[in-house]
Each structure stands twice: as structure tokens, then as C-alpha cells.
Write a protein that binds this ligand. Sequence first.
Ligand SMILES: Nc1ncnc2c1ncn2[C@@H]1O[C@H](COP(=O)(O)OP(=O)(O)O)[C@@H](O)[C@H]1O
Ligand SMILES: [Mg+2]
Length: 353
Amino acid sequence: MAEIELRKLRKSYGAFEAIPPLDLMIEDGEFCIFVGPSGCGKSTLLRTIAGLEDVTAGEIRIDGTDVSQRHPGERGAAMVFQNYALYPHMTVRQNMGYALKLAKKPKAEIEETVERAARTLGLEELLDRKPSQLSGGQRQRVAIGRAIVRDPKVFLFDEPLSNLDAELRTRMRLELADLHRSLGVTMVYVTHDQVEAMTLADRIVVLRGGRIEQVGSPLELYDNPANLFVARFIGSPSMNFFRATADGNAIAITELPGLILPRPDFVPEGWSGLVGVRPEHFVINAAGGTEVRLRAVEHLGGVTYGYATLSAGTGICVDLEGRREPGAGDTIALSIPPECAFFFDERTEIRLR
Ligand SMILES: Nc1ncnc2c1ncn2[C@@H]1O[C@H](COP(=O)(O)OP(=O)(O)O)[C@@H](O)[C@H]1O
Ligand SMILES: [Mg+2]
């Protein structure tokens, strides 16, 4: 068990600064997830913690000790990779025991540790197979098993599920949540999939250009995004945005004529910017709503989404709350409950509140 503290951690590749000085505290036992678009520095940050990249400046403290100059094997952290990185010529048993063999542990101890890890992961029947005789999900479990046998204080995962199909991803997600609960160790996990982040994380760190945009629990980020970037990134389907202007004490949404919101105190007079609304927050077909024609309707079974394109080309998504009607081509009336509207400055991307 260990906390991880990053102090003014910086990472450059030559003249390119991938991570500008960054401070972050990851609590003991926390499941902490780094998210952000491709190239935002998630892997760089994780690999720097693991010791697979050297730090340009700053400190990485694990359990109170600065490990930034230590060899990867001496940090108490174990990394699980997206491509599993298993040895193809070794059996599952040999793959899982390899780190212990290198550490010159007694044979009986290796055997026992590997079998215990195999039981935790449901791999007992597969110990004598080679990686080529396993499914993607089983390989991923072996890769995790290889980390478990080292009894690390910290697990580091770099997009461990992105090579799996959708069904397996869901199952492995639940297994990782169980594993975190049963081991009680600190886990740092990188993904570009915000559904994974929302379902697994105690806390999410949203990164852009190597900088932290916001840190918080999944629902804190969903309910209280600090800025336009986080509001866009968290939530699936994502938040809808509309150009709007304040006129006196009213806010008019340009592309939804007739839809007027009261101007909150924190929105200045004469303001213009973006109003954000989550798909599930529209009120449908109430008196006084603004009419919109649906371009497409997606029935996912329990959930139904309607899509429309507004006059200036803005695409919107509306949660139709499981309705079987309307269909594509039909018209619905939309209103926005004032307390559900978010307000953003378009230039600075800051959220007004
Ligand atoms: N070895 C390297 N040399 C130079 N630039 C790199 C290297 N590794 C990563 N980068 C750059 O650092 C940035 C962050 O990359 P990365 O951490 O892999 O992003 P992510 O994992 O979020 O997709 C990218 O702009 C990438 O091109
Ligand atoms: Mg990456």
C-alpha cells in the first residue's frame, strides 16, 4: 500500500515539453485514472512514474520516498501494458513466475505465489498453456498475474483493455474493479476511454497537453466540469453546446428560437458564449418548448437517443428516455430547465458559475 506524490514533475523530449511541471497526490489505495485525448501525455506520465522514462525535473515520491532516480524494478511499482508483453515461448506459469525467478526466489515459493495469483485471476486451468493458446482476455489476465506475483505497492496500467472486444472489455472492467477491492492497492490507470474512467476510477485526472485540466471523482467531473474541455470530454454521449447571448435578464439560444433561459447572477449583462446541456436534461414536449426535427433515432433497448441538426449546423443529442416514439423525421419540442444549463466563455473556455 502506498501513496504517490508528484512534485513539480517535468518531462521533456529534447526541446519538446511533454509534461510541464505538474503536482499531483494519489492517495494510498486509490484507483486513479488519467484520461485525455491521444498525445496528451498519459503514457509519458505513467512511464515516468514506472521509471521507464527518466524525469527531466521534479520528484516522484512513492510511500514518502523519492524514487525518481531509482531503477524501475526498485520502485515497488508493477506495470501492465496494452499489448500484454508476454514471452511467447514460455507457459503461463513461467511467464507469471519469471520476475521471481530473476529475483532468485526459491522454487517452492515461486510455485506457491504463482498458484495463488492464478486462483485470484481464475487462471488455474491454464497454467501450462502458451500465450498463443489463450484468448485476448486470458492473456490480459496473465499480464496482470505477472504484476501480482511481485506484490507491488502500486499497479500501473497503460490502456490494458483497448485490444479487447467490447463484451470482454466490460467483463475485464468488472474484474479490475474486484481486483482493486480485494488487493486494496494503489492503482494508476491510463485510458482514452472515458466510460472506463467513469466506471473504474475513484478519481479521474483529465489531461491536456501534459497539463491537468481537472481532478475529481467521476460524478464531480460530470456534474461540475471546470471548463469547456472537461465538459466536452466527460460524458457519453457528450454534452450539447449552443451559441447564446444575454439580453437584459434573459439568455437567448440563437439556434433554438423562442427558448429563453433566465440570466443567472454570475453571467454578466451583454454576455455571449456557449450554453451546455446534457442529453438527459432536456425536457421533451412540455408546453412552450422549441420545436426540433429529429434526423435520426437510436433505440439501444432501454435507452433511446434522438439526433437533430439545427439551423446553423449544430448537431445535438437528446435522451428520449426510452420512448418508442417519435422516430426519424418527427418533431419534438425541447425545453431546458434553468438549473441544468452550463455557461462557458468561448475564448477562455472557463465555466461561469
Ligand atoms: N520518445 C519520445 N520522443 C519524443 N516525443 C515523444 C516520445 N514519447 C512521446 N512523445 C510525445 O509526447 C506527447 C505525449 O505522448 P504520450 O504520453 O504517448 O500520449 P498519450 O499516451 O496521452 O497518447 C506526444 O506529443 C508524443 O508525440
Ligand atoms: Mg498512450
